[in-house]
Unconditional design. Structure first.
Lengths: 182, 201
């Protein structure tokens, strides 16, 4: 009984038989063993049925629906980048050469106007600050080097603590993505 | 100026993937065209619900194409995308147990129109009406039998005997030891033989 069990085809040998790679010795056994032959025939039939299952189709437009869910990634061509930079630059240089007088007037006028506006803004901000009710208190706080040091130290500590807390809050949990490695 | 880009219809998977990485949208479409039916078939046979299978197949492609930069060309693209599809299907099955199979429409369809809309479109193997009917009935029996297998067995048997993948590739795709894959497939075949025994009689 034991000998008979041992000589029956193993699953690996059935696989080998399905692929036409069974050894001649085992082929001989297969031909002489009704049990193995029945099993092998039913295996072959099953494998044939599975292999003949049709491919199924999703509804029409499947590809469009997939593409619609993808973020568009366009190929950035070096020639397009160069053209995008060089053409406006060339146009700008050409216009500047053709309108040098106008350009110098614009630069001078704009420069002086910008300077005047900046000065007015700074003075206005300064006077607004001095008129604030909390200004004397804040000024007193920074009145001595010791106080200034304490305030700056406390501020730096609070800032660093805030950064640590934010980093912990914003760090994503690490999780292995099974499909990411091919 | 001569166009150095390869003809996508005749290019290898690796060439199409390279074009996709370079941002060529037609390459994405080509990858979807090549794999939409195998991926949909695998997922449908795993989850046994057409609507769900479409959603999961879409999810598979979106995941794969969004991660195409991380695809390593030393692996077959088909193995890579099948692995993603299997993960997506298994994740879904873990979340939700489905028990019935319908070739005629989703078991979740509530109206006759929805059932008709979700009916499967079989492949192109039909010859005559009678052969189509027979194939449909036989196919239905096999599909039902596959549906009764454990999801792990189902994935292995589909990869091996429907997709024709070698054992080693299946082991890599499913992150399983080779011996386990072989055991699963042999057990799945034994179970299928039992489920389909009445057909032989």
């Amino acid at each position: 009984m034991t000998d008979r069990l041992i000589t029956h085809l193993t699953p690996e040998e059935l696989d080998a038989w399905l692929e036409g790679a069974l050894t001649p010795q085992r082929e001989t056994h297969l031909h002489g063993c009704a049990d193995c032959r029945q099993l092998a025939d039913s295996e072959r039939e099953l494998v044939h049925l599975l292999g003949a299952l049709p491919l199924l189709s999703p509804r029409p437009g499947f590809g469009d629906r997939v593409i619609a869910r993808l973020p568009l990634r366009r190929r950035v061509r070096p020639a397009a980048i160069a053209a995008g930079l060089l053409v406006p630059m060339a146009a700008s240089v050409a216009w500047s050469l053709a309108n040098q007088d106008l350009l110098s007037q614009l630069i001078q006028g704009t420069g002086s106007e910008l300077g005047r506006l900046s000065w007015v803004t700074i003075r206005s901000l300064g006077s607004t600050l001095l008129e604030q009710p909390w200004y004397p208190t804040v000024r007193a706080l920074f009145g001595s080097p010791t106080r200034l040091g304490i305030v700056l130290g406390a501020s730096a500590t609070a800032y660093a603590g805030g950064l640590v807390v934010l980093r912990r809050l914003l760090t994503l949990p690490t999780q292995r993505v099974a499909h990411a490695q091919g | 100026m001569a166009d150095r880009r390869p003809d996508l219809a005749t290019a290898t998977d690796q060439e199409v993937v390279s074009e996709a990485r370079a941002g060529r949208q037609a390459a994405y479409r080509e990858l979807v065209r090549r794999y939409e039916r195998p991926i949909f078939s695998l997922i449908y046979r795993m989850v046994r619900d057409r609507e769900r299978a479409e959603d999961l197949a879409q999810e598979t492609f979106v995941k794969a194409l969004n991660a195409v930069e991380s695809y390593r060309p030393e692996f077959k693209f088909s193995s890579w995308i099948f692995k993603i599809a299997n993960n997506v299907a298994i994740d879904h099955l873990r979340r939700r147990e489905l028990s019935t199979l319908s070739l005629d429409g989703s078991p979740h369809a509530a109206t006759p129109e929805a059932i008709q809309a979700t009916a499967l479109q079989l492949g192109d193997r039909q010859e005559t009406a009678l052969e189509e009917l027979e194939a449909r009935e036989l196919g239905g029996e096999i599909e039902r039998a596959i549906g009764r297998l454990r999801p792990e067995y189902r994935a292995c048997i589909l990869m091996r005997h429907v997709e024709g993948r070698p054992y080693e590739e299946i082991a890599t795709m499913l992150d399983l030891p080779l011996g386990t894959v072989k055991t699963y497939i042999h057990r799945a075949r034994n179970e299928l033989r039992q489920y389909l025994a009445h057909l032989r009689q």
